[in-house]
Write a protein that binds this ligand. Structure first.
Ligand SMILES: Cc1cc2nc3c(=O)[nH]c(=O)nc-3n(C[C@H](O)[C@H](O)[C@H](O)COP(=O)(O)OP(=O)(O)OC[C@H]3O[C@@H](n4cnc5c(N)ncnc54)[C@H](O)[C@@H]3O)c2cc1C
Length: 414
């Protein structure tokens, strides 16, 4: 498809915002739809880390083995919202299938390719949207509080090294030097010198959309409700604002993408992997490098708007109310990690990560509806992969030669 097409992008989260800006910059005429102001979904409150070290998909045998523990332990970093369990069963069946060693190796290879293309894609997006100091290059740490945690990570570390992820092993003293104020109970860590993060993830989405509009893109504050189609193509999208004739559609509606695609008979088995944040009002002196506590499954990120404690996983049906003790636990953990912390809680938030059972995103066209593209399922990695997703989608729509991204095909679940 040559540039200059009329394209609807559905969803103004980090993914849709990147996609809309990229397509508009490539010379297309783009309308971006969202019922909310941009960035109010899962992209609002994440940890902000551009996690190019995460080459191994989370669908892996260790996580599968922890499912019974998750079911029994509501305080675990990975857990399940009990009333949602019956509805989650089909997802878990797909997930179990995706945890085989062949599938994990295939997933690692495609994730590694995505991660290698990510720094350049983010640099281009930062230039287009004039992100300046919103994109930080302060490195990243993975911190271990037990020797067992360190030992368990050895396999993943080997895979990271095999995929050329720059990483340094740090003894306890070196971790404490990089993270002043951290509890001396830590046992050691890994330092990722090329780690980057966002100083304010919500502001970044806003900036992407501002840049998109400056280039002539149109933001419609409406949900897309329906589509008009022929046998093989979509011809229009419909919202309360009316009908828009289109040459192509990109569905980037996060967790709502599954429901939207179901209207077209497409099965995208997304589940809501809920995560929480507690925003602290202020900064921890000398703390500049975000880190993840491996055992607690949480990230602590210094942001322009304060210090964010974020993370944990709670599988649930989309739309059920938050579980407040998950956020309580984050706050408690943050205070244990920084025992002398003086800053106070400012706000709390819960977001629904859009997650597919193989923990790979869905990026690309559908076979049966040729001009319908999907860009979702980015689970823990939407911030990381937004920019590269936009480049891949734009390359496909522009008809450029694209490397083989079959493993990400949205119709891979049948
Ligand atoms: C606690 C937590 C921490 C995280 N930390 C990180 C991190 O450090 N690094 C990282 O890479 N990722 C992280 N993530 C994951 C990341 O936040 C998500 O992968 C990402 O935000 C998903 O973006 P999205 O654009 O797909 O979805 P969303 O941000 O949810 O956007 C989807 C948009 O679609 C809109 N929409 C829905 N229906 C319609 C419709 N019918 N018409 C039009 N619009 C519609 C919604 O209103 C919404 O604005 C974290 C997530 C959580 C919860």
């Amino acid at each position: 498809m040559a540039p200059g097409k009329s394209i609807a992008v559905i969803g103004a989260g980090i993914i849709g915002a990147h996609v809309a800006l990229r397509l508009q910059a490539d010379g297309h005429s783009v309308v971006l739809y969202d019922p909310e102001t941009p960035g109010m979904g899962c992209s609002f409150g994440n940890g902000g880390y551009i996690a190019t070290d995460e080459v191994v998909p989370l669908a892996r045998p260790e996580l599968l083995a922890s499912v019974p523990w998750m079911l029994l332990n509501p305080g675990a970093p990975f857990t399940v919202h009990w009333p949602s369990v019956p509805g989650l069963m089909p997802w878990f069946v797909h997930f179990a299938r995706a945890c085989g060693s062949k599938q994990v190796a295939r997933g690692t290879s495609v994730m590694s390719r995505l991660m290698k293309a990510t720094p350049a894609a983010w640099a281009e997006a930062a230039k287009l949207a004039n992100l300046g100091p919103l994109l930080k290059a302060s490195g990243f740490l993975r911190v271990f509080e037990s020797k067992a945690g360190l030992r368990k990570f050895q396999h993943e570390l080997k895979v990271q090294k095999a995929h050329d992820v720059p990483v340094e092993i740090l003894a306890r003293a070196a971790v404490l030097k990089r993270l002043p104020g951290l509890t001396p109970a830590v046992k050691g860590g890994l330092y990722y010198p090329e780690g980057r993060h966002l100083a304010d993830p919500h502001r970044v989405v806003e900036r992407l959309v501002i840049a998109f509009k400056k280039r002539g893109g149109v933001f419609e504050r409406q949900p897309v409700r329906a589509f008009t189609r022929s046998q093989t193509h979509l011809t229009a999208v419909r919202s309360a604002g009316g009908r828009q004739n289109i040459d192509a559609v990109v569905v980037a509606a996060g967790i709502a993408s599954g429901r939207l695609l179901a209207k077209l008979g497409v099965n995208l088995p997304l589940t809501a992997e809920r995560g929480y944040h507690v925003m602290m009002d202020g900064h921890i002196p000398g703390f500049e490098t975000p880190f993840v506590s491996v055992e607690r499954g949480m990230i602590i990120t210094p942001m322009s708007i304060g210090t964010r404690f974020a993370g944990t996983v709670e599988f649930a049906r989309s739309g059920v109310p938050p579980t407040s003790r998950r956020a309580d636990k984050l706050l408690r953990s943050g205070r244990e990690l920084f025992p002398k912390i003086q800053i106070r809680e400012k706000s709390r938030w819960m977001g629904e990560r859009p997650t597919l059972p193989d923990y790979l995103p869905a990026i690309g066209p559908l076979q049966d509806i040729k001009n319908l593209y999907v860009a979702t399922g980015h689970q823990h990695l939407g911030v990381t992969l937004g920019a590269v997703t936009a480049k891949i989608i734009a390359g496909m729509i522009n008809g450029e030669e694209n490397p083989n991204w079959e493993a990400l095909a949205p119709d891979r679940f049948g």
